[in-house]
Design a protein around this ligand. Structure first.
Ligand code: SIN
Ligand code: FE2
Length: 224
């Protein structure tokens, strides 16, 4: 289903309707809000540079001992981390030993508006995972299940180079849909789709005016 000029979308900076926005349904409770974040994209990338100066991108290690191909940092009250001890949320960045930087206003505004546009009014994210992909980096199929409350949706914002997002079902064996995500696209999944398996195919090489040779993904969650 595609609705052009969905009234629920809004220009993030001016409050005016964002005429380019369209909604594509992936599953019951899951959708892509095409270009929803486009009006704020430059401001988001500037904020990411500031955040990364305080909490640097790093290649975290999985419980199995493999360094992830993507580089990660966080902002918000809680940050998602992985190391040999497992996946979890932490209030303190294990690299800097300081609290994660707080969620910038532009992040909060975007996440709550996107959730509402996707049918999840009242979303209050307390965690934002920032993933940076370089060409070849990928994210294997997984569920987001380290959060306490599966009642809140996941809001995922794509910036920079395009990627192929794989969106499956509640079982790992469910064949995923392949969805091309471009800069400014926002994926929202919750309700019956909250525990859907998803991943990112190896990033193709390219150059994007916003991010150079990178794709950056912001994943907003209510973790605590
Ligand atoms: C994630 O599943 O945490 C990130 C997905 C993406 O990079 O689009
Ligand atoms: Fe995920």
């Amino acid at each position: 289903m595609i609705r052009r000029g969905d009234a629920a979308s809004g220009d993030l900076l001016s409050g005016l309707p964002h005429a380019g926005a369209a909604v594509e349904t992936l599953a019951d409770g899951a959708m892509v809000l095409r270009r929803f974040a486009e009006p704020a994209a430059e401001e988001l990338v500037k904020a990411i540079h500031r955040l990364a100066a305080a909490a640097p991108f790093r290649h975290m290690v999985t419980p199995g001992g493999h360094a992830m191909s993507l580089a990660t940092t966080n902002c918000g009250r809680l940050g998602w981390v992985t190391d040999r001890a497992g996946y979890r949320y932490e209030q303190i960045d294990p690299l800097t030993r300081r609290p994660w930087p707080s969620l910038p206003d532009v992040f909060h505004r975007l996440a709550t508006r996107a959730a509402a546009a996707g049918g999840f009014a009242g979303f209050e994210p307390d965690a934002c995972l920032i993933n940076r992909y370089e060409p070849g980096a990928r994210l294997s199929m997984h569920q987001d299940r380290n959060e306490r409350d599966f009642g809140a949706p996941i809001v995922s914002v794509s910036l920079g180079l395009p990627a192929v997002f794989l969106f499956g079902g509640a079982r790992r064996a469910d064949r995923p849909r392949r969805v091309r995500l471009e800069s400014g696209d926002v994926v929202v999944w919750g309700g019956p789709a909250r525990l859907a398996f998803h991943g990112i195919e190896p990033l193709a090489d390219g150059h994007h005016p916003l991010t150079g040779h990178h794709r950056i993904n912001l994943t907003f969650r209510k973790a605590g």
